[in-house]
Write a protein that binds this ligand. Structure first.
Ligand code: ZN
Length: 148
């Protein structure tokens, strides 16, 4: 288990340092902005959705390592997925980081790197913020979301 922990830790550090899809989508169909006032995390998500499929995703912003890595890993995970698949992943991710359900780490793939967050309640909002923001853009709900 400690090897796995180390691997997860490394993945989070790597995505924080070199976030994937860290770009503005100039012709984004949908955008949303999210804040976590408790930590100061602040991100904007850009999505292109073609016929129910997330064809491209980008994000900008700044925050703690957990929030940035979460945004980065999530962006790589949802690209090419359908809206429904993204919703399902969000639900699984939320259950995992809030500790409300025992995660199937294999099924979570790279997202499993955040399974340890459930032990740190103050970090849960950091990990979830990018998902809330992306989901809000995806469903064309609020254009500004806050964890508070
Ligand atoms: Zn944070």
């Amino acid at each position: 288990m400690s090897d796995l922990r180390e691997l997860y830790q490394e993945m989070i550090l790597d995505h924080n340092k070199n976030p994937r899809n860290f770009k503005v989508l100039e012709n984004a169909d949908r955008t949303a902005e999210g804040y976590n006032p408790l930590c100061g995390d602040h991100y904007t998500f850009y999505l292109n959705v073609d016929d129910q499929t997330i064809s491209d995703v980008g994000f900008q912003g700044s925050g703690c390592a957990i929030s940035k890595a979460s945004a980065s890993v999530m962006s790589t995970t949802i690209k090419g997925k359908s809206k429904d698949e993204a919703d399902t992943l969000f639900n699984s991710f939320r259950s995992m980081v809030t500790g409300s359900a025992k995660p199937d780490l294999e099924a979570m793939g790279k997202l499993a790197a955040f399974s340890g967050v459930s032990e740190f309640p103050a970090r849960v909002k950091c990990a979830i913020l990018p998902w809330h923001t992306m989901s809000s853009a995806l469903h064309e709900e609020q254009t500004v979301v806050s964890t508070e």
